[in-house]
Unconditional design. Sequence first.
Length: 209
Amino acid sequence: MARVSQEHLDARRRQILDGAARCFARDGFHATSMQDVLKEVGLSAGAVYRYFSGKEDLIAAIAGEAVGRVRQAFERAAQDSPPPTPDVLIGRVVRTLFGDEAEKRQGLDRRAYAGLIVQVWSETLRSERLAATLGQAYEGLRVSWAELVGLYRVNGVLVADVPDEHIARALIATAQGFITQFALFGDAGPEFLERGLRGLMSMDLQKAS
């Protein structure tokens, strides 16, 4: 019997994940059955269960990929020295996730992909497994973003006496808020976020106080 190449195995796994993501984005996690996924990908149950034990396994894999893309986008955007300002940094991250190239790669409408991410977040409220997966991923993000804030301080562009972790959490919340807003309303792209942050950063705090 001929051995199946790793490339073929990876492509089949990708096919299943992409099909499941389309189903979940279209109908939601709970309204989607494994039969729906099988129909979407055009494979037998045996072929799919070779890679995933069930729907929860698929959801966990999709969640892990989504968080991984956020972290990779951030790490690529933060490679500049000195690091880009928050408006540029977060703008790059959301463009990586929801730009034209990302839409082609994911095979999902960008708003649908944002909705899928929001579904993943809400699912953590009922799934201990998913909560643990995302909790670990969030901790990694928080540490990485806090290190970036430390670089802002070293470079002299951050003077406020606020703990790095607090600022990191605010940056992450900004990105999460954009994803939620985009999923719900779809009426504003990354450029709105960039310009809005740039406007806030231009405030004269001496006058405000």
